[in-house]
Design a protein around this ligand. Structure first.
Ligand code: ADE
Length: 249
């Protein structure tokens, strides 16, 4: 999978991408991530990327020209090269960057469809995700009309930019890419994968500050353990998230 992140604030996204599971997925060649600084695609003396909204109103709007230029360089560039050569161009890691696979151009926005586990599962099957992090008051509507295939929100609250939402989406998707998690079954037993929250987990020591691990987990009886976990998941979901419980029933 290849993920491109387009942002006016590349430093916000670069740090977290260099940590933990995501960086291991990149180092292991399972995912390729490219961060694009919108300002590199701006022209003119001041390399202006935003402007006042037509019709007035507060806030600045990201201009169409740098976004169009960046999207064309990122999205259409590889295909144009392929057409000239008559064959797919190998990526840096030796894989083919053909246009036969699925590609989504996603604008992170509070207006979008809400990110759920189910949407993350769907997106993890794509070959390529291009994530646009907006800023200020938003992006010129023509970018959305021309390029964007999906708009995704990470929740009903407004953040100051799309960078953190882009990272949230990338993390939720990358951990589902086959081979990224050490234990292949662990992503499937996560909270939400079957609509229920996860059971409590414990590790050593068996007794800590007077609190003992539930006996059943020490029993070695896998059937009993599974049935205990199922019961815990149902009880916890019923109590904390009756909406999820009703949907899962
Ligand atoms: N940009 C600002 N707020 C956002 C949100 N809640 N989800 C996605 N993108 C956003």
């Amino acid at each position: 999978m290849r993920i491109d992140i387009i942002t006016a604030l590349p430093e916000i996204v670069r740090g977290p991408l260099q940590q933990s599971i995501i960086s291991r997925a990149v180092a292991g060649g399972l995912v390729e991530i490219h961060v694009h600084d919108l300002r590199d695609y701006a022209t003119g003396k001041h390399r202006q990327i935003d402007d006042y909204p037509y019709g007035g109103g507060a806030g600045m709007v990201l201009k169409p020209e740098p976004l169009f230029a960046c999207l064309r360089a990122v999205e259409v560039g590889a295909r144009a090269t392929e057409a000239q050569k008559g064959e797919p161009e190998p990526d840096v890691d030796g894989q083919q960057s053909g246009d036969s696979g699925t590609e989504e151009v996603i604008f992170l926005s509070p207006d979008g469809e809400k990110l759920t586990q189910s949407l993350a599962n769907t997106l993890s099957l794509a070959d390529r995700l291009i994530l646009i992090a907006g800023h200020y008051k938003g992006i010129d509507q023509r970018v959305r009309d021309r390029f964007v295939t999906r708009e995704v929100s990470i929740g009903d609250y407004v953040l100051s930019g799309g960078e953190l939402p882009a990272l949230v989406l990338a993390d939720a998707v990358i951990r589902l890419v086959p081979g990224v998690l050490g234990d292949a079954s662990s992503a499937l037993t996560d909270s939400f994968q079957d609509g229920l929250l996860d059971a409590p987990v414990y590790t050593r020591p068996a007794v800590f500050e007077g609190m003992a691990v539930p006996e059943v987990l020490l029993s070695g009886n896998h059937e009993e353990i599974e049935s205990w976990r199922d019961k815990q998941r149902i009880e916890k979901t019923k109590k904390r998230r009756p909406d999820l419980y009703d949907a899962a029933k």
